[in-house]
Write a protein that binds this ligand. Structure first.
Ligand SMILES: Cc1ncc(COP(=O)(O)O)c(C=O)c1O
Length: 378
């Protein structure tokens, strides 16, 4: 067994404003492994809104949204979310893992008690939750080479013309930090009359107009966009934004929405508050992406392989678990906390250390990190 859970702690982050520091065994470390891309988990407006809703509505809604948990405020947040993503209808789920693994069987007509023939075309590096969702459909899944739209088309051309098709891709890949070509995916989906399912977990809040994601707007009618609030929104939960018709199907058949307790009021409150704040953070987004480029360039100058990263997610690809472990330990000694990504999360032989940047990180900390890397490597 390779995995273990590491205990971490924090000082009072909102008071000390040391947003990117974590404590491990009492030692302060600069955290390069958080998905709090816009540093919103420590935003006082969001925290205060959460406190307020807890005081008014209590700590839990204590039942599914389909029983007595559908607090009226949720539909208001969902409408705001639809304006933000530019889609007709949005639904808020619990965690994104639960959503992807139950939504894909639902939308393909293969949830419990249903069986409908479909063909699914899924990028080989899609997230585990998408793979679970595909697996649970019990239908044929074609995994096309990562970002290789020629391979996708090759597989589509060979497929059965009469069988309904689904294409599934992340818009920003979580372990590589590279971006899918959404425009081209839409063209291909239209050509083969396929449903296009896009996961914006790592791009919502950062890319697109005012952070509205790579898939903003109603550009293709058979499109489903999902994302999570656990990353750039500084909260928890997930969402799907799509057409009225797909939303009806989800409300009627998706177990991951129907048979689970609604999120706590404090969480809906933080999503509500973040939705007001995220569009205003253009300066933070620009800064985050500029800092990411700055770090990537510096790492590349040290001959470090960062793959095809184009974003705030930067892998240090060492292709060997032991090498990753050695580097992690040395960097930890110098005050940096990083996570190793091993197989099966990534393919064997592509093991890496994954850096994720947040908007509160300063260039000085990134330069210090590169200096430490240089000292270790020379
Ligand atoms: C692409 C992608 N989709 C879905 C999820 C799951 O989201 P959540 O953390 O809300 O369960 C993740 C989590 O890392 C992810 O990277």
């Amino acid at each position: 067994m390779k995995r273990s859970l590491e205990n971490i702690s924090y000082e009072n982050r909102t008071v000390k404003k040391n947003f990117d520091i974590i404590l491990i065994s009492g030692k302060k470390l600069f955290n390069f492994s958080s998905n709090d891309y816009l540093s919103l988990s420590k935003n006082t407006k969001i925290i205060n809104e959460s406190k307020k809703w807890s005081e008014i509505y209590g700590s839990s809604l204590s039942s599914s949204r389909f029983v007595s948990g559908n607090l009226d405020k949720i539909s208001v947040i969902e409408s705001k979310l639809s304006e933000f993503t530019g889609k007709e209808k949005s639904l808020i789920f619990s965690g994104g893992f639960l959503m992807n693994s139950t939504l894909i069987p639902t939308l393909t007509g293969n949830t419990l008690g249903q069986r409908n023939k479909v063909e699914i075309f899924s990028d080989k590096l899609n997230h585990a939750s998408i793979n679970y969702g595909c697996y649970l459909t019990r239908q044929r899944v074609f995994r096309y080479n990562h970002l290789d739209l020629n391979h996708l088309e090759y597989l589509l051309k060979k497929s059965d013309k009469k069988t309904p098709k689904f294409i599934i891709s992340e818009t920003l890949f979580s372990m590589d930090g590279d971006l899918a070509n959404v425009k081209e995916l839409r063209v291909i989906a239209k050509k083969y009359d396929a449903v296009l399912y896009l996961d914006e977990a790592h791009s919502i809040g950062i890319y697109g107009k005012d952070g509205s994601g790579c898939a903003f707007g109603k550009k293709y009618e058979k499109e489903i966009v999902v994302g999570t609030f656990g990353k750039s929104f500084g909260s928890f939960g997930s969402f799907v934004s799509t057409s009225e018709d797909y939303a009806k199907k989800i409300i009627n058949f998706c177990g991951g929405l129907i048979y689970t307790t609604a999120l706590p009021p404090s969480v809906y409150a933080s999503i509500h508050a973040a939705l007001k704040i995220v569009p205003k953070l253009n300066k933070e987004r620009k800064n985050l992406l500029e800092n990411s480029k700055f770090l990537r360039t510096k790492l590349n100058k040290l001959n470090i392989d960062t793959g095809n990263s184009q974003s705030h997610i930067i892998p240090i690809i060492l292709k060997d678990e032991k090498k990753c472990l050695k580097l992690k330990k040395k960097l930890e000694h110098k005050g940096f906390f990083l996570k190793i990504i091993k197989s099966p999360t990534v393919l064997k032989g592509t093991e890496r250390i994954r850096l994720s940047l947040t908007s509160s990180m300063k260039k000085k900390s990134l330069s210090d990190f590169c200096e430490s890397m240089k000292n270790i490597l020379t």
